[in-house]
Design a binder for this molecule. Structure first.
Ligand code: SF4
Length: 527
């Protein structure tokens, strides 16, 4: 700015100055305050940095807010402050003014910090990740290894984990400290529902909580029998147009490639498929499923799931992916697996090579299910990192479950933790109404809305999953933030503060115009 051109304050700084110079009450500055402000003024004038100017203005605003003292009472004239505001605007690469920074941006950041303060304080205790609880998990591992007579080689191999899986209540009671009454109840329930925990997954159960979120997911409780009522048909029995196939949408099908999992979840939607015993499916069954996909050229995206797709032996997985890649109209594949969470030892170089080879032909996404941050340990994180380096994406489909992730603290922690473990939060399902076996784990739809909406504006946008009900297909459950419309403007609400804003919509007449962009020159030529 030349000396002949006075600096014109922008509206933010004008308003900011107006507040600063407003003398509302009789007040005076202390000697300490005068000295401190003089020092800040000196730094702001002599240093070619924005920081000292911002600090001076922030202190003036703070003192004015606390006791009503104006800059003049603190030894600064308006002209001096205008000069400093001019200097700040010139130093800032993006032309941000001191009024915009100190008068607007800093209060917004302070308010935002206040919104997440309780999360930052509470999450380590209320929702520790498996990484944060790793020392305790290692203690569990040493104890469980000893009880089950596992060598390090057993522990670190998929086959060793499966060979020593905990499948009956006596083995369970030997590795987890459960009350005697609970042991008897689990004994009763496991006569109807199967239980399987790999020793690794059992080691994630932290002993100091009665409803530990890993324990609740893995060990069936009395409600599963007591709530069960009349058995309902397998999920999607009315959406299976061909053997092993489920189909809800024209472009996407699911192949239920196995009924096996490395562990069995108490909230499993496919509990009827999982049944009571593992089955090896015949090549004919897979052949019929592939024939269906070949015969329907609109199918573009195939989800291979189960059970758990990673339970399939490598040779079978390689064959199946190869068959899908050879179908011209199949352009994308997904693999549904919880094994990197429950038995990450399965993720070895051979499996990764198979995934990468298929992904090189056509994109592969791995879809997993992580329901609590406690399930992310250094071991599962390494498995997800390795997978994510070989495929297009790793995505999480969590289930909203009572006591497991049904608070803001737990769900925020889950989504942030999995994102840091190279997994994208994708869906959160409201736990299905279809299976009375897990009525006790269901969470009201509105509670889930409240939790998911609380993430907007507070955690990274790509850590926020979509909230979904499954009812013959996936139905989004998000609350709308559109409140109404007036004179071409939309009335909206910010989900994190409920502040209402007007958002001008696109002009419908402008949108209807066809002579836009280069088409305008075409019209000129034709004239
Ligand atoms: S891993 Fe999936 S399919 Fe297997 S029991 Fe759990 S929820 Fe069901």
């Amino acid at each position: 700015m030349s000396s002949t051109t006075p600096y014109v304050l922008d509206s933010f700084t004008e308003n900011f100055f107006e507040d600063l110079f407003m003398a509302e009450k009789e007040t005076s500055a202390s000697e300490e305050q005068l000295a401190a402000v003089a020092e800040l003024k000196d730094a702001a004038l002599t240093q070619d940095r924005t920081g000292p100017i911002v600090e001076l203005f922030a202190n003036l605003a703070r003192i004015h807010g606390e006791q009503g003292t104006t800059p003049e009472q603190l030894g600064l004239t308006r002209d001096e402050l205008v000069t400093l505001a001019d200097k700040h605007a010139k130093l800032d690469e993006h032309g941000v003014t001191v009024g915009g920074r100190v008068g607007k941006a800093q209060p917004i950041v302070r308010e935002a910090k206040a919104r997440i303060a309780d999360y930052l304080e509470r999450h380590p205790d209320e929702a520790p990740s498996g990484i944060e609880a790793w020392e305790r998990i290692l203690e569990n591992q040493a104890r469980i290894k000893g009880v089950l007579g596992m060598t390090d080689e057993d522990w670190n191999s998929y086959s060793g984990q499966l060979r020593h899986a905990v499948e009956d209540v006596d083995a369970l009671a030997s590795v987890i400290d459960l009350p005697a009454k609970a042991v008897e109840e689990v004994r009763r329930v496991t006569q109807t529902y199967r239980m399987r925990l790999t020793p690794y997954y059992a080691s994630l159960i932290l002993p100091d909580r009665s409803n530990d979120p890993v324990l609740l997911q893995a060990v069936p409780t009395a409600e599963m029998v007591d709530n069960a009522g009349v058995e309902i048909p397998p999920v999607a029995a009315d959406h299976s147009p061909a053997r092993l196939i489920d189909q809800f949408y024209p472009r996407v099908v699911t192949i239920k490639a196995t009924n096996m999992c490395a562990m069995y979840c108490t909230h499993c939607l496919r509990i009827a498929h999982i049944g009571t015993k593992d089955r090896i499916y015949s090549k004919e069954a897979y052949g019929e499923a592939l024939d269906y996909i070949r015969a329907n050229p609109e199918i573009r995206d195939v989800l291979v799931t189960g059970g758990d797709a990673f339970v399939l032996p490598n040779s079978m997985l390689e064959w199946l992916l190869g068959e899908l890649d050879s179908i011209e109209h199949v352009r994308m594949k997904r693999l549904g697996t919880r094994i990197p969470v429950t038995t990450p030892q399965r993720v070895d170089e051979e499996l990764l090579d198979i995934l990468e080879a298929s992904n090189d032909r056509k994109p592969v996404r791995v879809v997993t299910q992580i329901n609590t941050a406690q399930e992310i340990t250094p071991v599962s994180k390494a498995a997800f990192k390795a997978i994510s380096g070989r495929v297009m994406a790793v995505m999480n489909q969590a289930v909203l479950l009572k006591g497991i992730n049904d608070t803001k603290i737990k769900m925020w922690k889950l989504c942030e933790t999995i994102q840091e473990a190279y997994v994208r939060p994708y869906y959160v399902f409201n736990c299905s109404y279809r299976n009375p076996q897990f009525t006790h784990l269901r969470v009201p739809v509105a509670k889930g809305q409240e939790i998911i909406e609380s993430m907007y504006g507070n955690i990274s946008g790509d850590a926020i999953p979509r909230y979904i009900a499954t009812a013959g297909g996936k139905i989004p459950l998000h609350k709308t933030n559109l409140l109404g419309r007036k004179d071409g403007n939309l009335r909206m609400q910010k989900p994190w503060s409920e502040e209402r804003v007007m958002y001008p919509d696109a002009d419908p007449r402008e949108y209807a115009r066809q002579d836009f962009g280069f088409a305008r020159y075409q019209a000129d030529t034709e004239e």
